[in-house]
Design a binder for this molecule. Sequence first.
Ligand code: OAD
Length: 251
Amino acid sequence: MSGAGYDLALDQAAEALSAAKRVLVLSGAGISAESGVPTFREAQTGLWARYSPADLASPEAFAKDPERVWAWYHWRRSLIARGGPNAGHHALTEMANLKSLQIVTQNVDGLHQAAGSRRVAELHGNIWRERCSACDFHRLVPMAEAEGDGLVRCPDCGALLRPAIVWFGEMLPATALAAADEALAAADCVIVVGTSNQIYPAAALVDRAVAGRAPVVEINPEDTPVSRRVTHRLAAPASRALPALVAHLTT
Ligand code: OAD
């Protein structure tokens, strides 16, 4: 997008956001890209360009080779902890001081919360949460303790702990889906940031948003399947567009 085109779209998006009381933010891996956390579907750099989801992010993969699965998640934890939240995450925390804001994220990195955001519904779980593969035990590992490696065992029953992430073939948490439904019904403005809008049911929220009454702002340097249907399209990185939107709200 040219400078003038972007500036106009930014002004219009900021106007829609200003007029809104309740804002829903649907976020994906792209918002964390500038923290050095790889996205999934981008050619060359995306995780799924280098690894197979079936080998690393499925219950079958964990049953077959838990060491390999845990090694991959320990590696991803270390990238997340090293990168920390970026200007995009921080801008959303600031936006929540100005608007009633609910974040619904596909990200498992916990970086929205690390930036101070409180209302975050996680559709795909959280890489810092571990749960037992056999009993009800679960715990949250602090991001500062990212340097673990190897298998992790349940302190209660000794079975293997697994990352509390929604793997392929598993159900999304009902509480996060309910929070998303409620926020979508109430929202006066929806911001869709850093997602390729290809993975369902998360992408269905975006489909419903663009079919709804509230204006939809998409922030993504690349086009996605909904780009032509959103109200305002900001073809820019999250770390540029989100702080710019907040700046408009405060001036
Ligand atoms: P994808 O990797 O599919 O898409 C990332 C999107 O972010 C792309 O559309 C990029 O163009 C965009 N992007 C890259 N850098 C950006 C930046 N700086 N600012 C804004 N956008 C940027 O990631 P998701 O859509 O989040 O599931 O993927 C959805 C799910 O697929 C993930 O939650 C994961 C994966 O399989 C699980 O792990 C369960």
